[in-house]
Design a protein around this ligand. Sequence first.
Ligand SMILES: *Cc1c(COP(=O)(O)O)cnc(C)c1O
Length: 808
Amino acid sequence: MYTIKTFQQLLTDKLAKHQGTTVEEASDKDLYYAVASIVKEEMNENWLKTRQKYKEQDERQVYYISMEFLIGRLMESNLLNCGMLDVCTDTLKSLGRDPEAVYNQEHDAALGNGGLGRLAACFLDSIASLRYAGHGSGIRYRYGLFEQRIIHGNQVELPDYWLKEDYPWETRKPEEALKVQFGGEVHTHRRFDGSLEFSYNDVDIVRAVPYDVQVAGYDNDVVNTLRLWSAELPPEDSSILADSESKYYHHLDHMHSIEQISGFLYPDDSHYEGKELRIKQQYFLVSATLQNIIREYKERHRAPLHKLHEKIVIQINDTHPSLAVPELMRILMDDEGFSWEEAWEVTTQTIAYTNHTTLSEALEKWPVDMIKNLLPRVFMIIYEINERFCKGIWFDHPELRDRIPEVAVIAHDQVHMAHLAIVGSFSVNGVAKLHTEILKNKEMKPFYDLFPEKFNNKTNGITHRRWLLQVNPKLSDVITEAIGPQWIKQPSKLIGLMRYSNDQPFLDKISSVKQHNKLVLAQLIKERTGITVNENSIFDVQIKRLHEYKRQLLNIFHVIYLYNELKDNPALDLTPRTFIFAAKAAPSYHMAKEVIKLIHHVASVVNNDKDIGDKLKVIFLENYNVSLAEKIIPAAELSEQISTASKEASGTGNMKMMMNGAITVGTLDGANIEIRDLVGDPNIFIFGLNSEEVLDYYAHGGYNAKGIYHTDERVRKIMDQLNGGEFGSQEIEFKDIFYHILYNNDPYFVLKDFDPYIETHELIERSYRNQKAWQKMSVANIAYSGKFSSDRTIHEYASDIWKLKPLK
Ligand SMILES: *Cc1c(COP(=O)(O)O)cnc(C)c1O
């Protein structure tokens, strides 16, 4: 292993050879690339060895297909996993350089929107760290999730051209490129033996070029691969010489439209839009991945493809890659000569599907005509899948006959992707206990009645290596000092901290780490916003995508309520609070953007009111992404997880903050329930409607938002302030929010949960005044957070669904 001395030598050599510079002269960027190159070389050898071992041991392997991988930065996590983080940081310091400044040179890889994409990235880290043979497969978008700027309180979006400088963690593999076909006409021929053969006319061919990113396991020499596909014009196409200007322009247009397939990430989170380019992206990913899987299988095994499912399992992250079902059928039948029955047998034993949401606006349904035109052969297969499935119900389950339109894969001229995924896979999992129960008993009930054995739960997790060890080294040291380092490889060992919950010196250490992290965040807030926050205030944090169901509105209503109280009674004895928000809204999501605007206008009133001083501050940090999350989370004291019950499938932000000692204030939704079950009611603040109550209101009515407006003065005052231009000037007002709540009957129950939310915050305030009791709660949360390591989640996937054994 390296010492400061040897690492320094290595760095000096790199700088001289590759950048032609010295440590003294090198910019932070030079240093960044030099370190990256050292780490990459370190991983290369193990990368090769890992692939060889997989070949030799010939065990089952998983392919995790996802349209999103919200990777963030890789420098520190790669250094950490390779055991070089400390020595690198110390070396940079010894050279008089700021390690933070060097690591900050990396542009986030934001190839995802939020929780779903970050989950995929955490899973890759755990798969490698637990020595499983697993491969990620995604798209190398040239533009990642937009960069958010706030101008006069309004969100504006800038393109995220993250590849403008070299991305050091990828390796282009042009020799492994594949072809993906779109459009054209299908012709069916009958062979002599009666089987069918399909040929195509006028197809568009797109070249899928893989870029491989190494995924290093923690301290175990395993290096797996995340393969990201880029869409390019096939070289033979570009060699056609244009002999006229119009042909030349046509050619450029064609190239442009092909490159658009991996051009940008759709910025919608938990929302579906039936855009043709999006389905092209999905098919591009799925077809390239499946061809690649078959090619690798053939290279590796002499066994026939009929045994594919014995060696390979494919996990699809939500329905986005659900065309994997018909595409695998197509390859097996058309390219490999399988009969329908043989192909169906293999396909439905190979593919497993993870459901991420029951929000109806997020369920993918593609127009039949779009799929038929774009993917004619794939559509024929979907059609046949639907025919056979519906006939099966008709004959084998007559009791479900009248539910056929509800479960059909094709209905009302739309292809229902969740139904395709369920019918075509052997496992369907939800992402938290409550979510899986809602799937089984409500959302997907007819499917559960048909295939109970397919349904299972896998509660989400986060990699504790990034979200504790890397982002909060001081807390990690305090933990290790108390219980030893075993928790790093076995996070469930964190429970050992419970022995220290009455140990005053230990509680003091926990508390001084939090105080330190709060100071660091306060400094960042000062740099980015110019606002000085009170470092003894409660750091009350809500950071996540902006969505009505996540109810940032309820949080800002609480802020307005406290502001009104203080204005009415300046002598009120209130524990100071700093409300910290960070959130991106989908560019076309009007109501979400109104909420961002409201937060900013409330902030400007509250933060500039001399009567308020530093009792209340409202901070909105722009451009929420993984590296910003890493800076906020270690300083969080209160974790706001206040979604309308039943709406948040799991949540993972809740787990990250719990692991860093924040106390959750939340509804009984998603994984909050499992957090409560572990830490117990005294160590969490639960409030509001539960999922049954919410679902019951949706089903039977009985909720009247106007009634609350008329009876609760606090609510009426806030609503009237929104309507009357109190926050903002003449031109800026929040009538849209006002009318939406009152005239659409408050679909997310903000007014309904207002009173219990306020009451809970009063309890929180009283609890915070007893710092010792608060530190004990904090320790309990850290201690029980081990269960939410994605290592636990991946162990469960590996043993229940994937049937993988760890590499020897
Ligand atoms: C963890 C994470 C999320 C998910 O947060 P939730 O609170 O579970 O919605 C979204 N975005 C980023 C950048 C994250 O790190």
